[in-house]
Design a protein around this ligand. Structure first.
Ligand code: FE2
Length: 212
């Protein structure tokens, strides 16, 4: 199916792209992610300055997992997004905020997994621009797990092979998964770091309600 770009500008500027990757590419990413899962690499990671119970899911950072980025199919695909000129043009045409895309100089990537009863209350990501890309095994076996931009009461239904790009500082949440198997989300944060930054402390960083 063809890519469909949906720009949202009314309250805050964010972009949805449906059918971002080809079916074969989605399958390949899913194969890699399922391998992580089969090897039980996903684990709970508390968010920065978050109260206990603020999030209930598991995740796996990809940056330390691969010494060579190109060894990961998923990381390679994320890099393609970063260099997607059509996508960047859409963002820059949508709002000046996305001029910062070209100023980012560091990224961090991870995969989240949500299963039954998992959720993530509202939070801000500690970066400049955030991406979320959803995929799961078909047929879809869960309900819930949609995203809400909580400051603006905007609901974003998640779809398989859908990419969302938004300002990291917009508070967002993931509503509870009602049943079914894994809902995976590949996340990338784009950062702008000053020289001599200690990047170690930034990886997977998120901040909770009231801390931003
Ligand atoms: Fe987030």
């Amino acid at each position: 199916m063809k890519r469909k770009y949906i720009t949202h500008t009314k309250q805050i500027p964010y972009l949805i792209v449906e059918n971002y990757f080809k079916d074969e590419e989605v399958d390949n990413m899913l194969s890699e992610i399922k391998l992580f899962d089969e090897n039980e690499l996903f684990c709970f990671q508390p968010g920065l300055k978050m109260e206990e119970g603020h999030k209930h899911n598991t995740q796996l950072g990809l940056d330390k997992l691969y010494a060579i980025r190109q060894a990961s199919y998923t990381l390679t695909k994320l890099d393609e997004i970063f260099h997607d000129k059509k996508l960047v043009k859409k963002l820059e045409d949508m709002h000046w905020f996305y001029d910062s895309w070209g100023l980012t100089n560091y990224d961090s990537s991870f995969v989240t997994k949500f299963v039954e009863d998992d959720y993530y209350h509202e939070h801000r990501d500690c970066s400049v621009i955030s991406w979320m890309y959803w995929l799961w095994e078909e047929p879809k076996s869960f309900t819930g797990g949609d995203v809400r931009l909580t400051d603006y009461n905007i609901d974003v239904p998640v779809k398989r092979n859908q990419l969302m790009i938004f300002p990291s500082s917009i508070r967002h949440s993931v509503n509870k998964i009602e049943n079914g198997k894994g809902r995976y989300c590949v996340v990338r944060f784009l950062h702008i770091l000053p020289a001599n930054s200690k990047v170690e402390s930034l990886e997977g960083a998120t901040i909770g309600k009231g801390n931003g």
